[in-house]
Design a protein. Structure first.
Lengths: 113, 111
């Protein structure tokens, strides 16, 4: 199946700093990618849909100025958590579609101290 | 609004026994997915079900879809410890491939 990578796999940052997470489709092109966050022992929460060449579509309650999404090419979407706070600590997962399958990246564990 | 309900949320199983996880969804959809997640890991795709009556099997897992009842089942045959994980169903919503997720079923297989 298709492969989606994420970088970094884990990151620790201080409160108030910004963190960028990259999501790449390695062997296919993805016009649409999705960003999720997941808290321990909970389901996935869709944050936004990343659209290549246009603005991301954010889910209700997700601050677009805090979670900046850029999808500049058909193989790369980035999520920047700006002015991170401890409550932003979570597991962030991206996914991309190929045909009718949705493939997931390995996730990025963010810890804000 | 599309909602997805999974049950049970927790399942403690004995090795060798058979069990079923249920996934109900509230409005029409053209695709349903089952994923597995191990602790601390991302999601692994198990099955994609696209049509009424679809049945797919992989090893000890078998998934089926009844679009009229808006119900999918994930059947586990002769459970083994390696199947311990959290299983999610997700239903497609809209043309942009967005998925609506169930809460997950945390499955523990005990000897």
């Amino acid at each position: 199946g298709a492969v989606v990578s994420q970088h970094p796999s884990w990151v620790i940052c201080k409160s108030g700093t910004s963190v960028k997470i990259e999501c790449r489709s390695l062997d296919f092109q993805a016009t649409t990618m999705f960003w999720y966050r997941q808290f321990p022992k909970q389901s996935l929460m869709l944050m936004a849909t990343s659209n290549e060449g246009s603005k991301a579509t954010y889910e209700q309650g997700v601050e677009k100025d805090k979670f900046l999404i850029n999808h500049a090419s058909l193989t790369l979407s980035t999520l920047t958590v700006t002015s991170a706070h401890p409550e932003d600590s979570s597991f962030y997962i991206c996914s991309a579609n190929e045909n009718l399958e949705q493939y997931f990246g390995p996730g990025t564990r963010l810890t804000v101290t | 609004e599309l909602k997805v309900e999974q049950n049970p949320l927790f399942l403690s199983m004995q090795e060798g026994k058979n069990y079923t996880i249920y996934c109900n969804y509230s409005t029409t959809s053209d695709r349903l997915y089952w994923y597995r997640q191990d602790p601390g890991k991302s999601l692994e795709s198990l099955f994609v079900l696209l049509s009424n009556g679809a049945v797919k099997q992989e090893g000890r897992l078998m998934a089926s879809l009844d679009t009229k009842a808006r119900l999918s089942t994930l059947h586990i045959t002769a459970a083994v410890h390696d199947l311990s994980a959290t299983y999610f169903c997700a239903v497609g919503a809209g043309n942009n491939r967005k998925l609506i997720w169930g809460l997950g079923t945390s499955l523990a297989v005990n000897p």
